[in-house]
Design a protein around this ligand. Structure first.
Ligand SMILES: [Zn+2]
Length: 135
């Protein structure tokens, strides 16, 4: 009985969950401060938390193709999901990578550019396969 009921419920579930997490995504290149030019030429204004903004302003990523998860708040405005949801990716050579930052000395990973919380050295950009574990 229970099993049959789950079958009824399940088809609804993934869509609802994705919706709650911000299922939409945009893909394009940075075109000015907190602006993304999509493949079709449209320019979308981006908003996000401080850490996400830090990534999009990172000079080392200025020429990358970004994929951002979040949701449209207007036809030309896109709100990026909070940094802890891992909403920022770049595409290189047909592969998608998560944008992370890494301190080799302390083995500390971060999600926004800046100094290592431990040794205070500037952290290195470290694009990672999304399938890898976070540490
Ligand atoms: Zn360090």
């Amino acid at each position: 009985m229970i099993r049959r009921r789950e079958l009824w419920v399940l088809p609804w579930l993934p869509a609802a969950v994705l919706r709650a997490q911000g299922a939409e995504a945009v893909r394009g290149r940075v075109a000015g401060d907190m602006k993304l030019r999509l493949a079709d030429g449209r320019v979308v204004a981006l908003s996000g938390d401080t850490d996400s903004t830090g990534v999009l302003r990172d000079e080392r990523l200025a020429r990358e193709e970004f994929e951002l998860r979040g949701r449209f708040t207007a036809p030309d405005s896109f709100s990026i999901d909070p940094i802890h949801l891992r909403a920022i990716f770049v595409w290189r050579g047909g592969k998608k990578f998560v944008v992370t930052y890494w301190c080799d000395v302390c083995a500390i990973r971060a999600w926004t550019p800046g100094k290592c919380q431990c040794c205070q050295d500037e952290m290195a950009l470290d694009l990672r396969d999304p399938a890898l574990k976070e540490t």
